[in-house]
Design a protein around this ligand. Structure first.
Ligand code: ARG
Length: 294
C-alpha cells in the first residue's frame, strides 16, 4: 500500500485504494439555465423560497468540470424554457448497450421533458424505446452488474419493473421506498462499483440508506449485498447517497461527513462537490447525471 506523507492520518486512503479501478464514464447533463422552484412535487421543494439561478449554474459547472478533470466525457442536452427540472437528467431515461428506454413521468409538471430527451437519444445514435408504463428513468433504475435495481413507492410504478426487465432482458430487483424525502431510488442507494467483485477486494459495491426502504426490501438488500455500506440517517438527509462513482472516485456531497469517512475506509476516493442550490429542487449529484452506456 502506498502512503501519502503529506496527508494527515485520517485522510490516508484505505488499504484497498490501490485496487479500486476507475472506469471511463459518459454522462448526459443539462445546464440549469432555467432552474427555479415554481411547483412542489417532492418535500424538498418550497416555491415560496427564493432560488439563485446563477449559484445553481456555478455549482453545476463545478460538477461538470469535476467529471472532465477525472477523465470522463460529458454530453449536453439543451435546456428548455419552462422546464426547470430538466437539469435532473437522471430522470431523462435509462440506457444500456446503446438502447435508451425513454421516460414517462408520474408528475405532470415534467412530462414536457419526455420528448426532448427521446429526441436527443435518437439524434445521438441510441435506439429509442418508447415506454408504456410510468417510470422516471435512472432516478429509479440502477444497474449493478447484470442486475437492475428498481425503485417504486413514489414515482415509478411496479409494472414498469416488468417492462424494464423485458426491454433489457435482465434480472430486475424491485425495492419499495417508504420515506417521501427519498422518493427516487438514487436518493437512497449509491452504486459505487457496478462491476461486481471486479476490484477483487470486497463486495462493498453499493451503499444505501436502510431506513428509506420497507422491511422486505431491506431484507433483500441485506441478503444480496452483505458487504454494502449502510449509511446513517444524518448522511442520507443531506442527499449523501445521491452520488456518482467511477469505481474509484465518488463524487459526493461535502455535508455527508460520515459517509465520506466510510468511503475512504473502503478504499474509494471521495470527491466532494456541493450542489446545495439544486437540493432546493430535491436533487443532487446523481440526479444531475445520466449515464450513457454505449
Ligand atoms: N424536482 C425533481 C423532481 O421531483 C427532482 C428530481 C431529482 N432526480 C433524481 N434522480 N432523484 O422530479
Amino acid at each position: 500500500m502506498s502512503t501519502h506523507p503529506t496527508l494527515p492520518q485520517t485522510q490516508q486512503p484505505g488499504p484497498e485504494a490501490a485496487e479500486r479501478i476507475a472506469q471511463h464514464r459518459r454522462y448526459l447533463m443539462c445546464r440549469p439555465e432555467h432552474f427555479t422552484v415554481s411547483y412542489r412535487i417532492n418535500p424538498w421543494m418550497e416555491p415560496a423560497r427564493p432560488t439563485d439561478t446563477a449559484k445553481a449554474l456555478r455549482q453545476w459547472q463545478e460538477l461538470h468540470d469535476t467529471y472532465l478533470r477525472l477523465g470522463h466525457e460529458v454530453e449536453l442536452i439543451d435546456p428548455v424554457p419552462g422546464l426547470p427540472d430538466m437539469v435532473y437528467t437522471a430522470n431523462g431515461g435509462f440506457i444500456i448497450d446503446g438502447r435508451a428506454l425513454g421516460v414517462r413521468f408520474r408528475v405532470p409538471e415534467r412530462r414536457g421533458e419526455e420528448r426532448p430527451f427521446m429526441d436527443w437519444f435518437a439524434a445521438h445514435g441510441f435506439e429509442v424505446i418508447e415506454p408504456v408504463e410510468v417510470q422516471e428513468g435512472e432516478g429509479d433504475f440502477l444497474l449493478v452488474g447484470d442486475t437492475i435495481l428498481a425503485g417504486t413507492g413514489f414515482r415509478s410504478v411496479g409494472d414498469s419493473h416488468r417492462e424494464v426487465a423485458d426491454v433489457f432482458g435482465r434480472e430486475v430487483v424491485s425495492l419499495r421506498l417508504i420515506d417521501p424525502r427519498f422518493y427516487h431510488l438514487d436518493t437512497a442507494i449509491a452504486v459505487l462499483d457496478p462491476v461486481q467483485g471486479h476490484s477483487g477486494v470486497d463486495r462493498a459495491n453499493i451503499a444505501y440508506l436502510p431506513t428509506a426502504f420497507d422491511d422486505h426490501s431491506r431484507a433483500v438488500l441485506a441478503e444480496r449485498f452483505p458487504d454494502a455500506i449502510a449509511v446513517s440517517d444524518e448522511d442520507g438527509a443531506v442527499f449523501g447517497l445521491n452520488t456518482a462513482s467511477d469505481g474509484r472516485n465518488v463524487i459526493v456531497s461535502p455535508r455527508a461527513v460520515g459517509f465520506i469517512g466510510q468511503l475512504r475506509d473502503r478504499g474509494y476516493i471521495p470527491v466532494p462537490v456541493d450542489l446545495s442550490e439544486l437540493l432546493l429542487g430535491g436533487g443532487g449529484i446523481k440526479c444531475c447525471t445520466l449515464e450513457l452506456r454505449g
